[in-house]
Design a protein around this ligand. Sequence first.
Ligand code: FAD
Length: 553
Amino acid sequence: MTDVEVGQSRETPDVDGAYPRLSELQIHELARYGRPRLTHAAEVLYQAGDVDCELIVVLSGLVAVIDPNKPDEPIGVHGPGRFIGELGLLTGQAALLTAVVGEPGEVLTLPLDGLKEVALKDAVLADLMLRALLIRRTVHIGLGAGLRILGSRFSPDSRRLRDFLARNRLPHRWIDLEEDRDAEAMLCQLGVAPEETPVVIWRGEQVLRNPSNAELAELLGLRHGSIEQTVCDLLIVGAGPAGLAAAVYGASEGLNTVLLDSVATGGQAGTSSRIENYLGFPAGISGMELADRAVIQASRFGAQITVPAGVVSLASEDGRHLVALDTGEQLAARAVLVAAGVHYRRLDAPGTKQLAASIYYAATPVEAAMCRNDPVVIVGGGNSAGQAAVFLSDHAEQVHLIVRNTVLDQDMSRYLADRIARTPRIEVHLRTQVRELVGDRLMESVIVEHLDTSETSRLAARSLFVFIGSEPNVQWLGDSLGLDDKGFILTGQAAAAHVSDEQGDARLLLLETTRRGVFAAGDVRSGSGKRVAAAVGEGSLVVRLVHERLSDG
Ligand SMILES: Cc1cc2nc3c(=O)[nH]c(=O)nc-3n(C[C@H](O)[C@H](O)[C@H](O)COP(=O)(O)OP(=O)(O)OC[C@H]3O[C@@H](n4cnc5c(N)ncnc54)[C@H](O)[C@@H]3O)c2cc1C
């Protein structure tokens, strides 16, 4: 089927590859698992908020995809051969947009089970569709389609909600009460008092006053009420690369697997603009795409993924491990994997508290949109700071990179250091540290100091990105597991040595912690590689060790 044949002059061109046209052969293949039906003008095929939507292939006529906040300006209009649907239909998330028939004709509708069948039989077609859905999600994030958040940039709750949506890769538009002239009129129209902000506008009509992350997650289908499995074989704390790998291998190898994360799936990797050293992706892969692909894969094998679900304690009783959540729920598991990773240290300089709203710990398309055409300062000399500098140089007016080292490639991969040297918009300040942040609610400049000369200079900046050293996420463990002197979890021989110091001989498996049946993998583990591939490798290996421990009784 070609554009000429279609003759749909009102169809939106597909510039990003988000709406590829399927061949007649591919439609024929999909028809085996779907159901054709006629459509009528203005018929709503699915609307924002619907869960368990079906994939829709347009056979004739036109279908418009609409942001419920702007119903008169369709995001796209699609004709025969194109398919309509969102990434969330593969993971149980609610639809964020609405699909309406623009010109009557015929569509083919495919339920999720049908799509799963297609994926098993035709890998090429399944990959084409998955790729299009992933690109679609990125396009919608760029457009700010879907949810609206109205609030002041100085409100900690505004920042919490924006971070939650950003980390979960959910398209939204942010309306700043401090800057947007129409915002107050909008609040009036919605009957919301300024002190009730931030508000989230859902489906273009429903107003949620300062919702918690958990409430929002439930609405969006990320979390489905309470967790179904209160007793499982393998409970994984942390859905970064290590946790996701363990979920894929655990669920695919017959373990009843539950994966929990306090914030979002993807972990640190989900905040990386481009991972270039992960095997099998010679052109690199964005952290967002890697995380979404892994979530779909783990869900397909039956892992139960719940976000947000923060684990607050770990204990053991009668051969079972008990994990308590911040919601008050308690789960029991035969084995536990701690894959809680690390978080970046906070910068401790005058002005950081007052200007917290202008400080970021990730650099994804969402943060880039917030500092478009502004000067920014990045602190850190490692790969994450380097990646952030390269990425933000495409969006910010000027990027200053503050590094304590004498040479850039001391802690940074050479390929990144070379790329930074070739990017005129990035200015590197070696042997330098941040002294003070200056501004009245809004950041205006950053004062930096040369470490050798103590000379200070003032750099104009609207935002500060911090990537300085990391600390393990272990506070919630109390003293339930043995840690090294920096707080990372001991495993294997080191854990056995720690236990035998206290209680005599202990036989522990590789990656097993001081508590039998509790494993640790990825960045949180003492001596780990601190790389995506290392975390994925350890997360996968843990599953074999869990089988060994469980068969041991
Ligand atoms: C910006 C950036 C760029 C990077 N780029 C690269 C790169 O190009 N190549 C590379 O190899 N590596 C890169 N890294 C490093 C890589 O991302 C990490 O090594 C990897 O993500 C570690 O995976 P992990 O699963 O061990 O932990 P994490 O990715 O840290 O994930 C841990 C997860 O556990 C969750 N968690 C923590 N505590 C709890 C709790 N109590 N309850 C529930 N959940 C909890 C967290 O929310 C988090 O999602 C980068 C890191 C960053 C930050």
